[in-house]
Each structure stands twice: as C-alpha cells, then as structure tokens.
Design a protein around this ligand. Sequence first.
Ligand SMILES: [Zn+2]
Length: 238
Amino acid sequence: MTEHLYQLDSYVREFDAVVTATDGPSVALDRTAFYPGGGGQPGDAGNLTWAGGSARVVKLTRQGPDLWHVLDGEPPPQGTAVHGTLDWERRYQLMRTHTALHVLCGVVWRDYGAPVTGGNMEPLKGRMDFEFETMRKELVAEIEANVNAEIEKAHDVRVAILPREEAFQIPDLIRTKINLLPPQIQEVRTVEIVGLDLQADGGTHVANTREVGRVRVVDYKSKGAINKRIYMELEPEA
Ligand SMILES: [Zn+2]
C-alpha cells in the first residue's frame, strides 16, 4: 500500500521511499510524491535514484492501493531504498493551473449559477465545461476580471480528507455531483478555496490563490445549447 504524500502536502518535491514490489519496468513504493493523474490534471514526471542506478519515471499507474512508477530502464529490486525527485517546474505550473480553474468554477457558479461538468489542463492552460446556457461573448471579459479579482484576494486553499457520510452532508459538494462517487470510496478528499469554492478533488493545488498570478480567459465554445467550454491561460510567473 502506497502512502500518497501529495494528498496532504502538494509541495513535497523530493522524497525517500522503499521499493515494495517490481513488475517489468515498474516499481511500487511504500510512499510517493508523484501524482498519478486524474481529475483533468496530468500525472507527474521525474526521476528515481538509488545506490548504483537511476531511471526516469515516465508514467504512473494505480493498481488497488499501490501506485506503480513505470521506469525507462531496469528497475531496482524489491527492498531498495530510492530517492524520488519530481520535475518540479512542470508540477508547480500544474498546481497553479488547477487552482486557477477552481477559481473559475467558483466565480461562474457564484455569478451565473452554472455548474461545472468537467475539465482538462496542461501546464499554464486549461479548459472547463459548464452547464451555462446564458454564456455569451460579452461575458468573457467580465468573467476574466472577476476571476483575477478573486485571485488577488489571496484566498487560502485548504485540503481535507473527510469520511464519506460527512462529505455527503455538505451542500457545496453535492452540487459538484459528489453523489456519483462509487460506494466503495469511503473517504472524500476536498479542496476548498476559502470563501469561494469547495469541491471533491484529488489533484494538487497551491496553498494560496496569490500563487496563481494573472489569468486570461482566452476563448469559449458552445458544445450545444447548454454546454459551454471556457479556455483559460496563465502567465509563466505569478
Ligand atoms: Zn479539480
């Protein structure tokens, strides 16, 4: 069973761990800071080093409670102590981007009552899909201004892991379709932009919206009468 260090501290960029199993080019570790991907956020990349060897982590896969690190070379044997290093610049850009998209969700819900239905991102750019019948071109500048205003308020971003029953009683979470979570999931991780947005979410975020920097709402697209897709970009530096 892998301890997922990124779940409670997304700023862990280097860590020590032990190989608990190997399978072809892959190793399972007792703990990891590598985010496997999910919720629209791509998985991390980086390196593992150990006495006498090193390899790139090219992919991550989940199997039950274990997180497998697919390597580009011969993996070290079970029991080996390894040191993991994330490609931090890329990961930190993804953290800023992910939090920016949650600010967008919070603003669009607060100002227009439009719920989010999905999203995707790469470093410094992303898109979110909304049930947003009244979205139109004239709103792009208004949304952008309100998103930047919220970012500048320097909201803290808080992560919590709650028992399922407790999470299911939070109205803000119900609107984001938390009820679709499979019944075997007994704990719900929540990400709260304090005062603006609360979602069930597995991704990695910055600790305060001031780390996001300015964003631009660059485009939107109609995916039918109700479904609208909004595109956002960040500056390289906050
Ligand atoms: Zn998210």
